[in-house]
Design a protein around this ligand. Sequence first.
Ligand SMILES: NC(=O)C1=CN([C@@H]2O[C@H](COP(=O)(O)OP(=O)(O)OC[C@H]3O[C@@H](n4cnc5c(N)ncnc54)[C@H](OP(=O)(O)O)[C@@H]3O)[C@@H](O)[C@H]2O)C=CC1
Ligand SMILES: CC(=O)N[C@@H](CCC(=O)OP(=O)(O)O)C(=O)O
Length: 346
Amino acid sequence: MIRVGIVGASGYTGVELARILSTHPEVEITVATSRQYAGKPLSEVFPSLRDRVQVVCENLQPDELKDRADFFFTAVPHKTAMDIVPPLLAAGKKVVDLSADFRIRDVAVYEQWYQAHSSPELVRQAVYGLPELYRDQICKADLVANPGCYPTSVILGLAPLVRNHLIDPGTLIIDSKSGTTGAGRSASVATLYCEVADGFRPYKVGGSHRHIPEMEQELSALSGNQVTISFTPHLLPVNRGILSTMYARLEKPMTTQALQELYETTYGDEYFVRVCPQPALPATQHVRGSNCCDLAVSLDERTGRVIVMAAIDNIVKGASGQAVQNMNLMLGLAENTGLEGAPFFP
Ligand SMILES: NC(=O)C1=CN([C@@H]2O[C@H](COP(=O)(O)OP(=O)(O)OC[C@H]3O[C@@H](n4cnc5c(N)ncnc54)[C@H](OP(=O)(O)O)[C@@H]3O)[C@@H](O)[C@H]2O)C=CC1
Ligand SMILES: CC(=O)N[C@@H](CCC(=O)OP(=O)(O)O)C(=O)O
């Protein structure tokens, strides 16, 4: 069995990693960290893990952690991971970092949106962990930067159109909605029950969300030209799920059938990307608890705009499930090991 460590096990992505890894046939969780819950079994912090996960939370520094596992997930806030990852890599461990710290290849852009980077040399070494785009590099990587939740839905949704220059990127509008687990488990007024339940609101409007540079980086790489997007996130009164709806003007007229064939051809061999048959549309409840990304493409013939819809579970394909998918590739395991389960519905 491969020994796996979860750094930041007491957060929402941490508990989801523990849940997925608890039934993974090739790994065992040998260490889990949390400062607040040090000394407590993880199954006491999350009773959902009772009798399934035995590990006890510890408050450990990276130097104390490194001999306790062969493979690490860092599921801590951005700006924190950049100081935890380097000693683990120096000790010869492989790491999937769930934060944003190693996702942005241009350090100056990272520093503009986040803060000064303490390990810029590792940014160059990191591979962006979207397996459907970077599978070969991920297989050889020691450090994988797991994508953000919104970018996972958006990049998978737009890749076929952008790569083939079928849309005018200047007309791209991305409208995304996320469940509240996306905001993490720390207490804050914005995520109190009364602030979220029974309502629906946009936030970080006007190009201020920090996932914008990540999406632009990947869409620009696919296009070969700079892509600049309009992106508005919204907070849904549900625990899990992201639905992104993306609009752009087609460069030349296309039929719905041609668009459908493009998506089916692009993703036909992908286990986790499911292209909905026409006229079905994706929904967050159809991917819940799974590593699936459901896509649909539609044509607005009146305006010449194409509409792409993508649904994921933000803490599975948007975080911990994708992190395990990356681990499987990095360890030479079948990519879907431990992730084969169907979504749970209703
Ligand atoms: N939630 C989501 O849908 C997604 C999250 N992500 C990213 O994954 C990472 C984890 O997210 P999430 O689980 O939601 O966050 P949470 O806030 O729920 O959990 C954060 C975890 O990190 C630990 N932690 C916090 N600060 C520190 C620190 N300074 N040193 C060591 N440990 C620390 C916390 O435990 P303690 O305070 O007890 O030490 C906790 O276990 C973040 O970078 C986030 O941006 C990425 C995609 C989607
Ligand atoms: C609903 C909600 O608040 N979502 C978070 C994004 C989720 C996330 O974890 O993004 P990173 O991995 O890049 O930190 C937000 O908008 O900031």
